[in-house]
Design a protein around this ligand. Structure first.
Ligand code: N01
Length: 538
């Protein structure tokens, strides 16, 4: 199936990693521009994150009409989303449709993982090792490996003792029926756990949820998309996409102009209630301009949501454990659920707070804490990812100075625009760390990054240059921008996968640029117009 072009002594212009949203658009954009492209995908087919994350309830919490490619008007006209928030299977079907429509599969070798990549300075190319033992050579190496594609290791002793059914949300390989009538332990209450738990509870004999940090979960309010709404969106799609491109989050925003504490308490509550009914990223978090920068303002929204939990969950002790009290609302990734808190009213669901009783070990059929032994027939891990650096380090990159990427970044991630990193010439990251990927409609961020990369490659090609590399100064400036931008927000106050603190020993770096998709795009465009001052082109 692979059609790796080998015109130039077996050297391909571009080696691409991954056939998810990033890799597919890369293949399309670059081959259309005349570059030869060889893509490698570890999975057996296209889809990336949407191929692997098939756990019950998996769906995107960015609305489907925005969480899709904007690069082709005919594509966006012909595809019709069925629900406000598309389920995993529908997103995967969409990605397959895109792959077929633009004949993209031919650019990829599936079931093949990139495991090593070394910059050969003399020949100005990357030598890329595959897990089948073969080596490929490419002028450019571009990662579309995603930010959330390397599952986090379970860092609690005793997992190996458990002999019951074990499954991870990030590589779900059982059916929901396999959990029927079983005593199921679920560890983790981030977005994945929040989506899976209510559905598991419907079939299991009993579900014990092991929660370490309660998070804010707002009702997703998913629904069928009315045909009239789809039609109206499609009739204005180009304008809507343009709005997304210049918005803070890559979706049409609801710009707030006033501050939470400038509004009388009664009115504030009314407004939060209305926003709560809207849900989505334009819900409560978008109601006032200062919710993510002022702790007191944030407290008004946090307390509104705390009260919602107390209203929904009937057992007051359980409700108190579910109330997120360790971080401001929105400072780590909020979740959108369907009947999440309601699920704790079911007689077959119980909650264990790991803050009060951390897991000590596991036995063949139980999870043991200092207070109790919780028997289980099945264990569901929803413990998240080694975000951004996990997938990049997995590529085994060795840069111009002969050092591994993980050594160069041993004190923290350093990138130029979240797209390039000094000492790794001709290497690009799509939706990389320190890009807006973490806090945006990532498909929009992917398209922008791929277009910017393609334009830079073209710029170099027109000048007869064959090497592009981020300068140390350009990179220092960008790291400074990302750090100053986040320092002004409440994100800076909170530990989470956003800064790598979910993985033991990972240096703390905030993994995103949170100044907004629109502003970022303007900066990138300006940099291109000025001839790429942060990039050495040779
Ligand atoms: O992972 P997470 P996720 N013992 O890291 C707990 C995207 N996504 O897969 O918070 C006990 O958020 C951990 O506890 P704590 C989205 O961007 C989107 O759920 O570290 N518990 C936490 O509760 C999201 O943010 C969608 O204290 C342990 C949970 O496991 C990102 O992916 C759907 C533990 C991990 O939560 C990741 O979400 C799904 C331990 N040793 C994912 N280790 C949608 O679009 C970890 N935990 C809807």
């Amino acid at each position: 199936m692979n059609s790796t072009p080998t015109a130039d002594n077996g050297i391909v212009d571009v080696i691409g990693v991954g056939a998810g949203f990033s890799g597919l658009y890369l293949a399309h954009r670059l081959t259309t521009a005349g570059w030869s492209f060889a893509g490698f995908e570890a999975g057996p087919d296209v889809g990336g994150t949407w191929f692997w994350n098939t756990y019950p309830g998996a769906r995107c919490d960015v609305e489907s009409i925005y969480y899709s490619y904007s690069f082709d008007e005919a594509l966006q006209q012909e595809w019709t989303w069925s629900q406000r928030f598309a389920p995993q299977a529908e997103i995967l079907a969409y990605i397959n449709h895109v792959a077929d429509r633009f004949d993209l599969r031919k650019h990829f070798t599936f079931g093949t993982r990139v495991v090593a990549a070394t910059w050969n300075a003399a020949e100005r190319l990357w030598e890329v090792g595959l897990d089948n033992g073969e080596t490929r050579r490419g002028r450019y190496l571009i990662s579309g490996a995603g930010g959330l594609s390397t599952p986090k290791d379970f860092d609690v002793p005793g997992l190996g003792n458990f002999t019951g059914l074990q499954v991870s949300t990030s590589s779900w390989n059982i059916s929901l029926d396999d959990l029927a009538d079983k005593r199921v332990a679920v560890i983790g209450t981030g977005s994945s756990g929040v989506q899976a738990i209510p559905l598991i509870a419907q079939v299991a004999e009993h579900v014990t949820v092991f929660q370490r940090t309660p998070n804010y979960v707002m009702p997703a309010r998913n629904a069928e998309l009315p045909a009239a709404q789809v039609e109206s969106i499609k009739s204005e799609y180009p304008a809507i996409r343009e709005e997304c491109r210049h918005s803070p989050g890559g979706i049409p925003d609801r710009p707030a102009t006033d501050r939470a504490l400038d509004v009388p308490a009664e009115e504030r509550r009314r407004r939060y209630e209305r926003a709560y009914q809207l849900s989505g990223f334009n819900g409560v978090g978008a109601e006032f301009a200062d919710l993510l920068v002022d702790a007191e303002a944030n407290r008004t929204a946090s307390e509104f949501l705390h009260d919602k939990i107390r209203e929904i969950v009937r057992d007051p002790a359980t409700a108190e454990l579910l109330v997120p009290k360790y971080h401001p609302f929105g400072a780590k990734r909020s979740c959108f659920g369907t009947d999440y808190y309601e699920t704790f009213n079911r007689p077959n669901v119980s909650l264990v707070s790991l803050r009060e009783e951390p897991i000590e070990t596991m036995t063949a059929n139980a999870i043991v804490t200092p207070k109790n032994t919780y028997e289980a027939d099945a264990l569901v891990l929803a413990i998240g990812f080694d975000a951004f650096t996990g997938p990049l380090y997995g590529l085994g990159l060795t840069g111009a100075s002969g050092r591994k990427l993980q050594d160069v970044w041993q004190d923290g991630v350093r990138t130029y625009l979240g797209i390039m990193t000094a000492d790794f010439p001709n290497f690009f990251m799509v939706a990389g760390p320190q890009s807006p990927a973490l806090a945006s409609n990532v498909v929009m961020t992917i398209e922008q990054a791929v277009d910017w990369i393609a334009d830079l490659m073209e710029h170099a090609r027109e000048r007869g240059a064959t090497v592009v590399e981020a300068t140390a100064e350009g990179q220092d400036d960008w790291v400074d921008v990302t750090e100053k931008t986040v320092a002004a927000t409440l994100y800076a106050t909170t530990e989470s996968w956003y800064r790598g603190s979910n993985v033991a020993g990972k240096p703390s770096t905030f993994m995103g640029y949170v100044g907004g998709v629109g502003k970022y795009r303007r900066m990138c465009t300006e940099i291109a117009k000025r001839g790429y001052p942060g990039v050495e082109i040779d």
